[in-house]
Design a protein around this ligand. Sequence first.
Ligand SMILES: [Mn+2]
Length: 471
Amino acid sequence: MFRDEHNDLFRDEHNDLVTLAQTAAEQLEDVETPIRCVAHYDCDGISSAVIVQKALERAGKTFDITFVEELNEDVLTEIHETHDEDIYLFVDIGSGQIGAIQDILKEETVVIADHHEPGEGDVDVHVNPHLVGIDGGAHISGAGVTYVVMQEMEPENTDLLKYALIGATGDIQTEDDTYLGLNRGLMEQAEEHGLIERKTGLRLYGRTRKSIIDALQYTTEPYLPGISNDPSGAVQFLKEIGVNPRNNGDWRTLEDLSFEEEKQIVHGLLTRGYDVSGLIGSVYILDNGWEISEFSSLMNACGRLGRPHDGITVCLEEDEDLAATIKRAYGRKIGNYLSYVEDNLDNSEVVQQFEHGAIIRAGDNIHANMIGTITTICQRSNIVSGDILVGMAHKEEDHVKISARAQQDVVENGVLMNTFMDGVCAACDGEGGGHDAAAGGKIPRGVQNRFIKLTGEVLSAGRLTSVISPE
Ligand SMILES: [Mn+2]
């Protein structure tokens, strides 16, 4: 069978992943009946679904996509009972639940293309980097794995590379804004094909979308006194350095500036004594004009608003109006949730303060999908102060979703949120994990008070260092 050269870039080094992908591609090529695709609802899952949609359309297959927030026996059973396809394709989800999939879909053919840590079990085809010694956490996303499969199916699918990288960006698989491992190879290919352009510049919020004034005033890391949260200060700064924020009456974005003007901004910030080293780096511009991290935030917003199918539409139809609608709806939702927290700062039933941090008990007032985002914003913008912030929100009928965030200096002192969440959630019949500074978990609703008591002890003086820090 004809195979083109594109996957060759990593065929040598990552032969085994390509071999798995080839098996999956052959399996899918042979299908003549409808396919049920199940995808995770976040940016990486939506990007994976976009790749599936485009590739299966090109291959003339009949298919439909179901998005899920998580996968467990109940969710699988429901999907199984409400659909009658004989073949399932899981993308960016499934590896961790492979045992349940094997049990529930025993009559069906199952292909999994995922990058999560695999559980115990076996399906017809399981494409996962962990199985072949590749770091699925940092080096390739669910969309990346899906891409490799679809590229094996049809070399023309190379144009879908950018979605592999949007997915990786959504899963924060970058370090100091560079892509690692297989993602790096994918990025190089995307650049070669003109799908993504990399340049060095100011990495300010809203690079391609916001006025320069907003990009400056919304920059809070590092904090630029006289510019951050200060629109008139930002206007004054631009005036001082002689950069016009408008062009024929239209607000200009950073992306609209010439290289010289961008340099003037950097120079102006340095002259004022700001440390801007962290603001200068690689920026990646997609061929639709969006900066990749902003586009991936948009995809995440689609998922969190419960509109993942709109994410596919935005990608494939380049629907700018829909993108704007989603951004507005998401912004409004965040604004409402933040007001709820602000209105309850003095209400210890909702915001409970401790020596070293606070717990937000949102109950049904903040959607479980959004509690992580809200906890992050409350901490970064100091709406709720403290070293550690823990957010809790009702999930499903009988669970509580938990998000824990730590300030960077706390993490540097060895206080790790994943260890903390793992320990406290396990002690409450739940499970937790995640990253050093941002972790989360899920516990049964009946043990909320126990969770609050244990967490409160940790967030109180003394135990913060003795319990969760190694020293
Ligand atoms: Mn993923």
